[in-house]
Design a protein around this ligand. Structure first.
Ligand code: ADP
Ligand code: G6P
Length: 459
């Protein structure tokens, strides 16, 4: 891609979010895979990042951090409720994740969704200069490509969906389905995490709009739109470097010592119902109860970063996780040998990597996930090729990380068998699998992903 062309990233979240109010307000790193992926890309290339700062009220002033310009878009209190908590996270999020909980449809949420998308489109148009590449991200901003195209007909606009695109049977539920598709079709390039999502999109675009064409290229209202599968990845070499730091290795050894040298099972997720944390705990609980595993010899750590706490489904998931952890510990822990350690907080990068290094088995068992970067991060950190990744078939990452132990998280018996297989796997077998997994995340990192997307857009 030509380095001089200016990059404008448009994503609901800025890389840092404001939490708390008034004098106690603080800036914190925004949660989730989108920010984890885009941060290293923009740190390398520079550009403008248009997003929301996580608060309610007028937008803070633009800020420059290194070669990155941050432009905040403000949301009112009611827009935070109706656009962000409502349409984005109570309608679209569950629906796009296989309707794992019931999505809600409220007519009063559609106009705020449109109004906020318009504001993002206006902010993008303001930053736009001839030759800019505009890269719009994720389900919160599906109307932006069209709304920006109306203002800047000649602009190069790309869209990437970080979460799955659902099959027709689910997408058809949305009362505003044609409008959403017309919104997306304002882009020149539309990319998805997997080929299955790309195919789902093409099918519904042809069914509910006048778009015509093939799996790779659609024509719509006289324009041509390329459709791609472009799986996201991580900043592999940065994780490798962090994992090689003596202080991080020392910290990992310390964590293992504190856990009394037991076999360590680890889960790291946003506290979200799509991540399958309760079923994972249940599988572990049954293994302890049946005495297939013993808390004398194994320990589980679950690190969960708080997320969207007022949105339906999240509080319930938190309660379920906390009750299950309490029950498991009540029945299985001994002094100095707690069966499950549960941390409900975000960890700093080096601390997170120390946990990846300390873990013998990584449990990534979402019910549905666009990609899942945690799986790739764990693999990148395992430079001695030991460790076992247990990975849900329903994470986009399972398409690439074929040498993980793949599981259906709803099949509790197989989950249990797979966890036992992971705990007992011989080092030789671990090394063979991990070496192949690692070559995958080295071959295709987040910089390759962004290059591939931007090259397609620049064409
Ligand atoms: P999602 O995008 O749904 O949150 P991903 O697995 O793709 O899921 O991305 C999650 C990102 O958030 C990863 O980069 C991971 O390192 C980070 N993360 C998740 N949990 C924590 C935590 N407790 N502390 C710090 N970072 C976390
Ligand atoms: C996922 C979504 C992102 C979102 C992130 C964190 O990664 O794909 O768009 O930013 O979760 O969620 P939040 O609602 O806190 O932005």
């Amino acid at each position: 891609m030509p380095q001089h062309s200016k990059l404008i990233v448009v994503a609901n979240r800025l890389p840092a979010s404001r939490t708390g109010k008034g004098p106690s307000a603080r800036w914190e790193r925004s949660p989730g895979g989108l920010v984890s992926a885009m941060e290293p890309v923009l740190a390398e290339r520079g550009g403008v990042w248009i997003g929301w700062d996580g608060g309610a009220g007028p937008a803070p002033r633009p800020a420059t951090v290194g070669s990155l310009d941050l432009r905040a878009v403000g949301l009112s209190r009611s827009e935070v409720n109706e656009y962000y908590h409502g349409f984005c996270n109570t309608t679209l999020w569950p629906l796009y994740h296989d309707a794992v909980i019931n999505p809600e449809f409220h007519r009063s949420w559609w106009d705020p969704y449109l109004a906020v998308n318009k504001r993002f489109a206006l902010a993008s148009a303001r930053s736009y200069r001839k030759g800019s590449l505009v890269w719009v991200h994720d389900y919160q901003l599906q109307m932006v490509p069209k709304l920006l195209r109306d203002r800047k007909p000649g602009a190069k606009i790309g869209f990437f969906l970080h979460i799955p695109f659902p099959p027709d049977e689910l997408f058809a539920w949305i009362p505003w389905r044609s409008a959403i598709l017309r919104g997306l079709l304002g882009a020149d390039v539309i990319a998805f995490q997997t080929q299955a999502s790309a195919e789902n999109f093409v099918r519904v675009a042809k069914r509910y709009t006048s778009a015509e064409g093939t799996e790779r290229e659609l024509s719509f209202e006289g324009r041509s739109i390329r459709v791609k599968a472009c799986p996201i990845s991580i900043a592999t070499s940065e994780f490798e470097k962090t994992a090689a730091l003596p202080a991080v290795k020392r910290r990992a050894a310390e964590i293992r010592k504190q856990l009394a040298g037991r076999t360590v099972l680890l889960g790291v997720d946003r506290l979200d119902y799509t991540k399958g944390i309760p079923l994972r705990l249940l599988a572990y609980e049954e293994l302890l109860k049946e005495r297939t595993l013993s808390a004398n010899k194994v320990v589980m750590l679950q690190v969960a970063v708080p997320s969207r706490e007022v949105v339906p489904g999240y509080e319930e998931t938190r309660r379920e996780v906390e009750q299950t952890v309490g029950r498991i510990n009540g029945e299985n822990s001994q002094p100095g040998k707690v069966a499950v350690h549960y941390f409900r907080r975000s960890l700093a990068r080096e601390e997170l990597v120390a946990y990846y290094l300390a873990a013998d088995v990584m449990l990534v068992t979402p019910l549905r996930d666009g990609m899942n970067l945690v799986a790739k991060e764990y693999v990148a950190c395992r430079s001695d090729n030991t460790g076992v990744l247990v990975l849900s078939e329903f994470a986009g990452a399972a398409r690439e990380l074929r040498r993980a132990l793949l599981v259906n998280p709803r099949d509790l018996e197989t989950m249990k068998k797979t966890i036992v297989e992971a705990v007992r796997m011989k080092k030789e077998d671990q090394r063979m699998r991990m070496a192949m997994l690692r070559s995958n995340v080295r071959r295709h990192d987040v910089h390759d992903w962004s290059r591939e997307f931007l090259e397609a857009l620049a064409q």
